[in-house]
Design a protein around this ligand. Structure first.
Ligand SMILES: [Zn+2]
Length: 170
């Protein structure tokens, strides 16, 4: 699989390795199927393939920062502008109902996944993936710079611009 590269601009991860489609979204080929890179990143980050459309809180179509991606319904589309205003661009991005500190708590917690899933209102798989380090490892295991996705990987070409606190949130 072709390596996914990006540069960091204002917190966005601007995909530089993959061409964009007519709508301006970077496209990756999974076998013969063309998919948006953002959807691919979403699936690898959150541990499941999005069943609904993946939207950007930052309104930048070339951005593949998982912290800027969230799943929404098509019906929500017309409300996009409202949503974006409600969720400010910057370090406070939301992507799932879990915050960075939630993820850390889950990772360190001795409680079982059923309990934690109920507490946070997420699927048990989400909890198990966090505990095993399959997802969110850049937070729980301090793996800020490179995320490996199967044979593909993220390479931070804009790494020089990062400070430590930001890198931890990638
Ligand atoms: Zn972004």
């Amino acid at each position: 699989m072709k390596e996914i590269l990006f540069v960091v601009e204002n917190g966005c991860h601007i995909c530089t390795s993959h061409g964009v489609n007519d709508s301006g979204y970077p496209i990756i080929y999974l076998g013969k199927k063309a998919e948006r890179v953002s959807r691919y990143v979403f699936s690898k980050t959150f541990g499941y393939w999005p069943t609904r459309i993946v939207r950007h809180s930052c309104d930048c179509r070339r951005c593949i920062n998982p912290n800027h991606l969230f799943e929404g319904s098509r019906r929500d589309n017309s409300a996009d502008a409202v949503v974006r205003k409600r969720f400010p661009v910057g370090e406070k991005h939301w992507s799932t109902s879990l915050s960075d500190s939630d993820v850390l708590y889950i990772f360190k917690s001795k409680k079982d996944s059923k309990f934690l899933a109920k507490k946070y209102g997420v699927h048990r798989d989400t909890i198990n993936n966090i505990k095993s380090g399959r997802t969110w490892s850049w937070i729980t295991m301090n793996k800020p710079r490179t995320m490996r996705y199967g044979s593909g990987k993220f390479l931070l070409t804009g790494g020089d611009k990062l400070n430590a606190s930001y890198a931890l949130q990638l």
